[in-house]
Design a protein. Sequence first.
Length: 203
Amino acid sequence: MDNDGRAAFGQSLWPKSMSGCRLIVAFGQGDFGGWAKGCRSSRPGDESETVFVSRQSDLVIEILFDAPREQVFRNWIDANKIQTWFAPDGFEVTACSVEAYPGGKWQVAYRSSHGVEYVEYGEFRTVDEPERLIFTLTQTESGRTVLASLVTVTFSSVGSGTRMTFHQSGFETPARRDDFREGWGECFRKLTESIERSKADAG
């Protein structure tokens, strides 16, 4: 780990190995230009304003995938593909819908092994295939809102592979951010496995 909190390429901070990719994990980076992004709630009829401010508790994860960025990007906007990876270990995706255009809605429902129901939903702000996605993400647990956030995912070609940079803001504390870092780590391991299966099926 170097001084700015960013792990070197190939160094995993997650407990399970991820074949088919190399990863960097960075968290707690405080200088993102001091921007703030105002986003309206995506619930119908709700005109409340939510403001996301980039700060020390933002989450940033970078991964190098052994796959072209078009393929990695599609795994974020194809509902069938999202169902294979968009839930941490011990959770099952039960429903998924995606309208992949600016202003379009998305929603993923999933259930824990103990039967606790979670829903994550939001609205796309930017869909720039295959380069960038920006969307709001609200998470509910048993009907109670536990997080309102803004996510930016960028996809850059690196040789024949892809560097994916995931940035999420809206966490109240670094501890809360770290809870989600672990969950996203498990999701992205599943994403890697899904991409590798698709490559094997195509080959």
